[in-house]
Write a protein that binds this ligand. Structure first.
Ligand SMILES: Nc1ncnc2c1ncn2[C@@H]1O[C@H](COP(=O)(O)OP(=O)(O)O)[C@@H](O)[C@H]1O
Ligand SMILES: [Mg+2]
Length: 325
């Protein structure tokens, strides 16, 4: 099949055969997105003095099987955006498509969408309520009326992905540490095996080791199951490390969206809007400004080291060459 031009500036599909009609460009457009948002506007407190336009004409594709990071300042609309993905809330205008189908085509069936798109809200540990860790993780699969055996298998598998130690299974969730509780809550959603797993700030408030364990587990889950995963975060550093694709939100709009290399090649723009680009990217930008020929968009220390070594080697060869003449 012919690959679509991903940089097409505008998409003005007309007629029914051409697929869905949308009058605004879809950021990051692809052939068969897992999720597509078309021109979404979301307003809190409409027609009141407290009216807030939290999303303003947002169009976006989320690619199947990828780990996508959604980043942006507090208040940029990230949480509002992801609550639309599983129909927890409904937008003022625009459409949410899952595998090409409008999730609100039949509002009575919206419950089914919630199994297909699993949402882990911020600070999910406050929503634990069962007597044991195992029962809490099993809660979703039980509601799905699965067999005991299937439930046991799912609990075990998702506990392992989320980093919940087997020795904790019979404990009360209330006896666990904050980080452990968080992992139990994440395992509970993973156990429903949603096609899309969405997590709102899954590492918020955890120490570096706790952050790493959570992200590592989510990455592993994405790689091994092939499920689409979306993580909301305000840390560029973390997103640079773990994501395939990145969506940058600013002031209720998508500022940019694309694969990680593309986003970090625009690091100077990110810095201009005040986003905390990774330290190593910052250093590379400074070196470029100072006239050093380092490539744009380096975001891991390893890549930066390799690039600097190349420059040093070339300079050394150059110097030796000159000495010989
Ligand atoms: N329940 C709410 N009622 C009114 N305004 C809200 C509500 N939730 C969020 N907002 C406002 O909507 C905007 C986007 O918020 P949010 O989606 O929570 O952003 P983020 O997750 O990026 O911090 C902000 O201006 C916020 O104050
Ligand atoms: Mg939020």
């Amino acid at each position: 099949m012919k690959k679509k031009n991903q940089n097409r500036p505008n998409l003005q599909a007309v007629g029914t055969d051409a697929g869905p009609v949308h009058s605004v460009p879809i950021m990051n457009e692809t052939e068969n997105p897992k999720l597509r948002l078309e021109n979404i506007t979301y307003i809190y407190g409409k027609n009141t003095p407290f009216e807030v336009r939290a999303l303003d004409g947002v169009s976006l594709d989320i690619h199947a099987g990828k780990l996508t990071g959604i980043i942006g300042h507090t208040g940029s609309g990230k949480s509002t955006l992801i609550q639309l993905f599983n129909g927890l809330t409904r937008a003022e205008s625009g459409r949410v498509l899952l595998d090409g189908g409008d999730i609100w085509a039949n509002p009575k069936e919206i419950g089914k969408i919630r199994y297909r798109v699993g949402l882990v809200m911020q600070y999910p540990e406050y929503q634990l309520f069962e007597e044991t860790v195992a029962a809490d993780i099993a809660f979703g699969p039980k509601n799905m009326k699965l067999s005991e055996e299937e439930i046991r298998e799912r609990v075990k598998e998702s506990a392992s992905f989320a980093g919940v130690d087997e020795t904790l299974m019979d404990k009360s969730p209330f006896d666990l540490s904050g980080g452990q509780k968080r992992r139990v809550a994440i395992a509970g959603i993973m156990a429903m095996r949603p096609e899309v797993l969405v997590l709102d700030e899954p590492a918020a408030g955890l120490d570096p080791q706790g952050r790493h364990t959570i992200f590592q587990g989510i990455r592993e889950y994405n790689r091994r199951t092939g499920c689409t995963v979306i993580i909301v975060s305000h840390s560029m550093e973390d997103m640079a490390q773990y994501c395939d694709d990145v969506v940058v939100m600013a002031h209720a709009k998508v500022l940019m969206a694309g694969d990680r290399d593309h986003i970090f090649s625009r690091a100077d723009e990110l810095e201009k809007v005040g986003l905390d680009i990774p330290q190593i990217t910052k250093l590379m930008l400074l070196l470029r400004e100072g006239g050093m020929p380092v490539p744009a968009g380096l975001y891991t220390p390893d890549a930066a080291e390799a690039s600097l070594m190349e420059i040093f080697d070339a300079a050394k060869r150059n110097k030796e060459g000159r000495k010989r003449v």
